[in-house]
Write a protein that binds this ligand. Structure first.
Ligand SMILES: CC(C)(COP(=O)(O)OP(=O)(O)OC[C@H]1O[C@@H](n2cnc3c(N)ncnc32)[C@H](O)[C@@H]1OP(=O)(O)O)[C@@H](O)C(=O)NCCC(=O)NCCS
Length: 289
């Protein structure tokens, strides 16, 4: 690997270090440098739920970042793989990824990759197992979508049931993340059938609109009811990250006003992914699954 000298300091000598909330501003500046939105609420959640790592830029700020979120000992998500444009193709992305994998300590690690990151992830051993298509637009549910959905507000009393449904779908305990949705999300709902909770969903506000996710349900009909209730009356853009396997749900959502914006590859290292992914209709966000 070529040696990079910036003001006499070689970047290869600068260690990957754990980042803290005090580094948030530099993370946002790095995101802007790569034409990503400065998604402050999202980064704050990632700092809370996960572990952020970075490489300091000798010239000030951060030269690169990566976030690892663990769900118990067996599963982890990687996100926010960013390297400052001025240090592109110098090996920092690879170092950050290898650090995250080392920290994951043998867990199955997943991520969703844009076409920019895919080559790097393949090089460090990730395999593509699916496609997620991000849909955006004004999602307007029809009257019939909101009839007899069995959807109601999620209460603290539902937490144990929701965590169990989530663990069944994702194959891992995501207790902290799911608990945090009560305050992070603008809307948090459960779907009941015969007085039994068979699904749940949330919607949260990002800088460019409202993200509907997670949506976990025992079937497409329940997922549709949840999405309809979560998107009903939302002003502005709604975003839905839909696994391409959910063709019926995708057609339903498109007929209500969203359109495909871009797609990402679902990639796994040390796989296969645990859980019942047929029940996971939308992630909390791509960064967390
Ligand atoms: C993707 C990104 C993190 C790569 O970081 P980097 O430090 O430039 O990557 P590295 O120098 O460590 O590259 C390691 C390998 O990854 C692959 N790779 C990296 N950038 C690539 C590109 N633009 N096109 C194709 N392959 C690429 C190559 O195989 C490369 O090895 P090589 O240079 O020996 O050919 C960086 O380009 C970036 O921050 N992009 C913007 C944000 C982004 O898209 N992040 C990924 C989201 S999923």
């Amino acid at each position: 690997m070529e040696s990079i000298s910036t003001d006499q300091v070689s970047l290869t000598e600068i260690p990957v270090r754990r980042l803290h909330l005090g580094d948030l501003r530099d993370c946002l500046l790095l995101a802007i440098d790569r034409q990503w939105l400065p998604e402050e609420a999202k980064w704050r959640l990632l700092f809370e739920i996960g572990e952020a790592y970075g490489i300091d830029d000798p010239a000030g700020g951060l030269a690169g970042t990566v976030v690892l979120a663990r769900y118990g000992p067996g599963l982890a998500a990687v996100s926010m793989v960013l390297v400052a444009s001025r240090y592109a193709r110098m090996g920092l992305g690879r170092r950050l990824m290898l650090h995250a994998l080392e920290q994951a300590r043998g867990a199955t690690v997943f991520l969703t990759a844009t076409r920019y990151g895919r080559g790097l992830y393949e090089k460090v051993g990730f395999e593509t197992v699916g496609t997620v298509v991000t849909h955006t637009g004004n999602l307007a549910p029809r009257l019939e979508d909101l009839k007899d959905t069995g959807v109601r507000l999620a209460h603290r009393d539902d937490l144990e049931t929701i965590i169990a449904l989530d663990a069944h779908a994702t194959g891992a305990p995501r207790t902290r993340l799911i608990t945090r949705l009560f305050t992070f999300a603008e809307r948090f709902r459960v779907a009941e059938r015969d007085n039994v909770v068979v699904g749940f969903g949330a919607a949260w506000r990002n800088v460019d609109g409202v993200v509907v996710g997670p949506v976990i349900a025992d079937g497409t009909g329940v997922a549709q009811g949840l999405i309809a209730e979560l998107a009903d009356g939302v002003h502005g853009q709604v975003r839905l990250d839909l696994d391409s396997r959910h063709a019926e749900l995708t057609s339903w959502a498109v007929a209500r006003g969203v359109s495909p914006a871009f797609s990402t590859a679902l990639m796994v290292h040390g796989g296969p992914l645990p859980g019942r992914h047929d029940r996971l209709f939308a992630p909390v966000m791509l960064a967390l699954g």
